[in-house]
Ligand binder design. Sequence first.
Ligand SMILES: Nc1ncnc2c1ncn2[C@@H]1O[C@H](COP(=O)(O)OP(=O)(O)O)[C@@H](O)[C@H]1O
Ligand SMILES: [Mg+2]
Length: 394
Amino acid sequence: MAAVRRTRVAIFFGGRSVEHEISVITALQLMQAIDPEKYEITPVYISPNGSWFTGEQLFERAFYKRVPSALSELQEVSLLPKPGVTGLITLNRDGKSATGSVIPVDVIIPAFHGQYGEDGCIQGLIEMTDIPYTGSNVVASAVTMNKYVCKVFLQHHDIPALPALLIRREDAQNDIKERCEWITKQEGFTSFPLFVKPCNLGSSIGVSRVTDPSQLAPALAKVFRYDTQALVEPCVSEIMEINVSVREHEGIKASVVEIPVSQSGVLSYEEKYLRGGGKKTGQSEGMASLTRVIDPQDLDTELRDAVIAHAKKAFEVLGCSGVARLDFIVDLATGALYFNELNAFPGSCSFYLWVRSQPRVLYTTLIENMIDTAMKTRGTIASLDRDIGLKALK
Ligand SMILES: Nc1ncnc2c1ncn2[C@@H]1O[C@H](COP(=O)(O)OP(=O)(O)O)[C@@H](O)[C@H]1O
Ligand SMILES: [Mg+2]
């Protein structure tokens, strides 16, 4: 019997995002978990300055310690934004011209977190190639990356979220005093503490808890070092966070919920990625490292069911695909539940939640299901009528 050809999977990761390293960790976990009998992997690492590379070395965690000098050992690659190439083009040493050879790819797994990778940018480029890709499409990725747009859209669908003011960098820089005064005059924002955060970033970078009006300007300045839009929200002082993963496979399914445990009240980058993990191995396992309670038995079932119902609905109305993680905030003082954010491609692909769910889903299966969905979606798009004709010009 002729051997069945393995599906050629390119795993894209790294990228020009503050969450670059977390993406490398997620990708290494993916490469470990994917079924090697079914899939042939081409790792594609995008360096922090945006060049793309492939090579066997990318399977080794130790390699990344030697970046950027070791990048010269790798083959530079790229994608042409046109259908029919069905793979990665390889570049000459100059990084600008093509060698003429192509590395064939059947499906791409974009394993990025944050800007350029989780926000619709890379998805748009891949769309142009007609190569199937896993996860959310351009619109769902872009909307979920913008915390303000996502919040307003979901509120429209009766999913509760904290009120938020959107502050543009330009306006703040023109007259910061006027902007700060304006904020404190808005309904719901007249009393402190307030919470200030970037609109389009993750990993708790640039967030501040503001306890009096004099702290508003520095908090906004901090955001505007990283982002062009800031969000101001009422600060939930007695906060409990609840996260849940949602995926679409034979219907929209939710995982068990988790309660991330913070020592400071605000989950910091350090708490998310550098604490907890590494106890055994001395190294971070990304999102899988966080100190958390998975499937807490003492959680109010009504609250848990509300989280799950909102999460599944949000995933559906946003048109997400693959595996997402939705983060909620509970105000323990009032009992109110709020949607906080949706990660279209969550750290560690949330596998640590799915392995604890009923029925249990192994990471290997999660990946396989994502690939199958990507292939099916591409097939559906290809089958749509495209009435493209050169009629107006004739
Ligand atoms: N309105 C708020 N009130 C109190 N704490 C908040 C609020 N918004 C966010 N936080 C805290 O800050 C953390 C990071 O904010 P989040 O909106 O989740 O952004 P990120 O994309 O950086 O994770 C949250 O996990 C939570 O601990
Ligand atoms: Mg968050």
